[in-house]
Design a protein around this ligand. Structure first.
Ligand code: ADP
Ligand code: ZN
Ligand code: ZN
Length: 679
C-alpha cells in the first residue's frame, strides 16, 4: 500500500494561549486543507476543535516529526471561515494582542454539534411590520441626503474602499441614506453589513431596513439564541442572506461579496469589546472594507475625535446633514440647577427631581405626550450607607459599593455579580441607622409614580431587559402608548425613534462630565446630544431638561447653543495633540493583577522602572503610571495600570513585547488593552 505524502499544519485552538500547534496529516486523506478550516485534533488528553492557520507545510526534521500528533478529522467545510474573515481575525489578534486561537473562535458559528432551532417573527412583530409597511410611502431623499448618497456612489467608483463620515444632527435622516446606499449595493449583487451600537436597536432598525430593501435580514448579536445563530451563520455564508443588522460581533460575520459597511453612531464606546478579545469593531470595519474593497459609512451626530482627525488628514470624506429632516427644529434645552433649586421634598418619597422638572413632566403627560428619563448609571447606582459614620457596604471581592435592589431585597455587586444580604447594622460602628442612597432606575420609577399624576412607567435597563423578547416588548409597549414615561440608562440613549416623545430629562449631568478619563468631555457631549436627540422627533417641538450642579461646563453650553461645537472640538483636539492622547497616539493599557497588594505594587514598580530605563527621555514622557486601577480590586485581584502613548504601531508592539516579558518574569497576570475606552 502506498501512503500519501505527510504534511504539516499550524493549528490555533480556542484556549488563551499565544501559541500555535503543529499537527500532521496525510494529503490523500485530508484533501485541500487550508487556513480557516476547522479540524478535530488531539489536545492534551482530549479532542478539541481547532482552526487551521497554515497548511501544506513540508515535513520538519525527522526527529521532530515523530512527536507530532495527527489531525483526527476535518470538519465539514460548510463551517470553515471565509478567507476574508480569517484575515480580519488575524489582523485583530495581532493588533489587539490577543491569542489568535481565541480571536478566531469569536468569528465561528456555534459548533456543528449544537441543535438547530429556528425562530420566526413573533406575531406581535409581524403585525407591527405589516402596519409599518402600510404606513410607508415611497420616499425621496431631500437635497442634503441626496448629495451625500451621490458622493458615496461616485467616490466609491474612484476608490472602492472609500470611507465616509456622515455627520448629521439627530433626526436628520442618516438612516435613510444608509438605506439608499444599501439598496445600491444590493443592486450590484453585493451584501451589506450594518453595525449598530446597541442590541436594543437592532430589531427596530432591522424592521426599517427589511421594509425598504425587501430582502431577508439577519439580526446578529450575542443575545441571539445559539441554534438560530448557527442557522444564520450558514445562510449568510452561503449568500442566502445578504444583509445583516448587528452589534459589534457582526464585524466577523461571514458575508460574501461585501459591498457596504455602515457603522451607525460610530463614536459609541460599545464598539469596543471590554473583555478578552478587546477589539474595536469600528476600526476593524475599516480593515475589513480594505479586504473586501467596499466603502464604509461612519454615521454620527457627534463623531469621535479619531474620525474627525482622519477627515482633516484627508483619509475620510465628510458628508454633512445639517438640518433635521423636513427642517423640524431641534429640541429646546432647559437647564435646571440643583444648586439654585433643591430637589422636591415630598412626605412619601425622597427624590432627585427638582420641582421645575416635575412640573414640566406633568405638563407633558397631561397633554398625552411621552417622556424619556435618562439616568447615568455610573453615578447613580444605589448603595447602603451608615448615617452615623459614612460606612458603605462594599463587595468583599471587589472594591466597589454594592448596588441595592429594593424589589429583590438584596445587595449585588455589579462587577462580579455576587449577592449579599442587606446588613441590619453598620459593620464599622454598629449603628442601626443604615440608609439606601443614590438613585437607580428602580427608585426613579417609584418616585415618578408618586410625584406624577397618571404616570405609567416602563424601565429599560440591564436588569429588566434580560431577553430580546422582553426588550422588544418594552419598546413596543412604549411605542403603542401603553406607558407615558420610559426610564433608562445607556440603552435609552441610542437612536430610538418615538414620535410622541416631546420631553427628555437628564437626571444628573455631573457624573458624565466629571468621569476621570481623557475622553470625558467628548463622551459627555456625545451622550447628551444623543439623549437630547430623542426629543421632538415627531410633529411637535420637543424639550430637554438637564438637571445638575455644574451646568457651566462647555459641553452644556454646546447643547444650549452658547458654544459652537466645532470650536469646542478644535480645543479638544489641540489638547489631545499637546498631551499625546489619541487620535495623536496609540494608547495602550497594561493591567497587572495579583491577589496581594504589596506584592503587586512592588512588582509593578520594578517593571515600570526597568521599562523607563530602556526608553528614551522622550518616550518616558509618554509612559504613565503605575497607578491603581479605578476599580482597584476585582474578584479578589488587585489591579495596577501602566499606560503608554505610542507614536505608531511599531512602537506599540515593541513596548508591549517588553512589558509582556517583564510581567512573565515577575509572575504577574497581565492584560493588554490597545485603544482602551473604559478606565
Ligand atoms: P437619524 O438616523 O439621522 O437620526 P432618521 O433617519 O431616523 O434620522 O430620520 C428621522 C426621521 O425623519 C424619521 O422619522 C424618518 O422616517 C424621517 N425621514 C428621514 N428622511 C426622510 C425622507 N427622505 N423622507 C421621509 N421621511 C424621512
Ligand atoms: Zn464583586
Ligand atoms: Zn457606621
Amino acid at each position: 500500500m502506498v501512503n500519501g505524502l505527510v504534511l504539516f499544519a499550524k493549528v490555533a485552538v480556542p484556549r488563551p494561549l499565544d501559541v500555535l500547534y503543529d499537527y500532521s496529516y496525510r494529503e490523500d486523506v485530508i484533501l485541500g486543507l487550508k487556513a480557516g478550516d476547522l479540524v478535530k485534533v488531539p489536545f492534551g488528553r482530549t479532542q478539541v476543535v481547532g482552526c487551521i492557520v497554515e497548511a501544506g507545510l513540508p515535513v520538519p526534521s525527522a526527529a521532530e516529526s515523530v512527536k507530532i500528533k495527527e489531525i483526527t478529522q476535518k470538519i465539514d467545510p460548510e463551517f470553515s471561515l471565509p478567507e476574508e474573515v480569517f484575515k480580519l481575525c488575524k489582523f485583530g489578534a495581532e493588533y489587539y494582542q490577543y491569542p489568535l486561537g481565541e480571536a478566531l473562535f469569536s468569528a465561528f458559528a456555534p459548533s456543528p454539534e449544537t441543535k438547530k432551532a429556528t425562530r420566526g417573527l413573533s406575531k406581535k412583530a409581524k403585525a407591527r411590520q405589516e402596519l409599518q409597511q402600510q404606513n410607508r410611502t415611497t420616499r425621496s431623499l431631500n437635497r442634503e441626503q441626496d448629495q451625500a448618497l451621490e458622493k458615496i456612489k461616485s467616490q466609491s467608483l474612484v476608490k472602492s474602499d472609500s470611507v465616509f463620515l456622515l455627520q448629521g444632527v439627530t433626526g436628520s435622516g442618516k438612516t435613510e441614506v444608509y438605506i439608499e446606499a444599501a439598496k445600491h449595493a444590493l443592486h450590484l449583487g453585493k451584501s451589506v453589513l450594518i453595525l449598530v451600537p446597541e442590541i436594543a436597536l437592532t430589531s427596530q432598525l432591522k424592521d426599517r431596513f427589511e421594509q425598504a430593501l425587501h430582502t431577508p435580514i439577519a439580526l446578529w448579536h450575542s443575545a441571539i439564541a445559539e441554534g438560530l445563530r448557527q442557522v444564520q451563520w450558514l445562510k449568510v455564508k452561503s449568500g442566502e442572506i445578504r444583509v445583516i443588522v448587528g452589534a459589534r460581533s457582526a464585524i466577523f460575520a461571514p458575508l460574501v461579496n461585501l459591498g457596504l459597511i455602515v457603522v451607525d453612531e460610530e463614536h459609541d464606546a460599545t464598539y469596543k469589546q471590554e473583555e478578552r478579545f478587546r477589539y474595536q469593531a469600528r476600526d476593524l470595519a475599516l480593515y475589513r472594507a480594505k479586504l473586501a474593497s467596499c466603502p464604509v459609512i461612519l454615521g454620527s451626530a457627534t463623531p469621535s475625535l479619531e474620525s474627525i482627525q482622519k477627515v482633516k488628514e484627508g483619509k475620510i470624506h465628510l458628508l454633512e446633514l445639517k438640518q433635521r429632516f423636513s427642517a423640524r427644529p431641534l429640541p429646546e434645552v432647559k437647564l435646571i440647577s440643583l444648586i439654585e433649586e433643591a430637589p422636591v421634598v415630598h412626605p412619601e418619597v425622597k427624590t432627585v427631581f427638582a420641582l421645575k422638572t416635575i412640573r414640566a413632566v406633568q405638563a407633558v403627560i397631561d397633554r398625552g405626550e411621552q417622556v424619556m428619563i435618562y439616568l447615568n448609571r455610573r453615578g447613580f447606582s444605589q448603595f447602603v450607607l451608615c448615617k452615623d459614620c459614612g460606612w458603605i457596604k462594599k463587595c468583599s471581592n471587589c472594591s466597589i459599593s454594592l448596588t441595592h435592589y429594593q424589589r429583590k431585597r438584596e445587595l449585588c455587586c455589579h462587577v462580579c455579580g455576587e449577592k449579599f444580604e442587606i446588613p441590619s447594622r453598620c459593620e464599622q460602628c454598629q449603628s442601626h441607622e443604615l440608609k439606601g442612597m443614590g438613585s437607580g432606575t428602580e427608585t426613579l420609577e417609584e418616585e415618578l409614580k408618586i410625584l406624577i399624576n397618571g404616570a405609567k412607567v416602563l424601565r429599560l435597563d440591564r436588569e429588566m431587559i434580560t431577553s430580546q423578547g422582553r426588550l422588544e416588548q418594552t419598546l413596543d409597549d412604549f411605542r403603542d402608548l401603553k406607558a407615558n414615561i420610559l426610564i433608562g440608562t445607556q440603552m435609552l440613549v441610542k437612536g430610538h425613534d418615538f414620535p410622541k416623545v416631546t420631553c427628555v430629562v437628564i437626571v444628573s449631568a455631573d457624573m458624565l462630565l466629571k468621569w476621570p478619563d481623557f475622553r470625558a468631555s467628548e463622551r459627555a457631549l456625545q451622550t447628551l446630544t444623543q439623549v437630547a436627540g430623542r426629543s421632538g422627533r415627531g410633529e411637535i417641538l420637543g424639550e430637554v431638561l438637564i438637571q445638575g450642579y455644574d451646568l457651566g461646563h462647555p459641553v452644556i453650553q454646546i447643547l444650549t447653543g452658547e458654544l459652537d461645537q466645532a470650536q469646542f472640538i478644535e480645543g479638544e483636539l489641540a489638547l489631545r495633540r499637546e498631551l499625546h492622547y489619541p487620535p495623536f497616539s496609540r494608547f495602550v493599557r497594561y493591567r497587572a493583577q495579583h491577589e496581594q497588594l504589596e506584592h503587586l505594587k512592588q512588582k509593578v514598580e520594578r517593571m515600570a522602572q526597568a521599562l523607563r530605563h530602556e526608553l528614551s527621555d522622550e518616550q518616558q514622557a509618554r509612559l504613565l503610571g503605575p497607578s491603581e486601577a479605578l476599580l482597584q480590586r476585582v474578584k479578589n485581584q488587585y489591579r495596577y495600570d501602566l499606560y503608554f502613548k505610542a507614536k505608531n504601531v511599531t512602537e506599540l508592539f515593541t513596548v508591549s513585547a517588553r512589558v509582556k516579558k517583564m510581567a512573565q518574569i515577575e509572575d504577574l497576570q497581565l492584560t493588554v488593552d490597545v485603544d482602551p475606552y473604559s478606565a
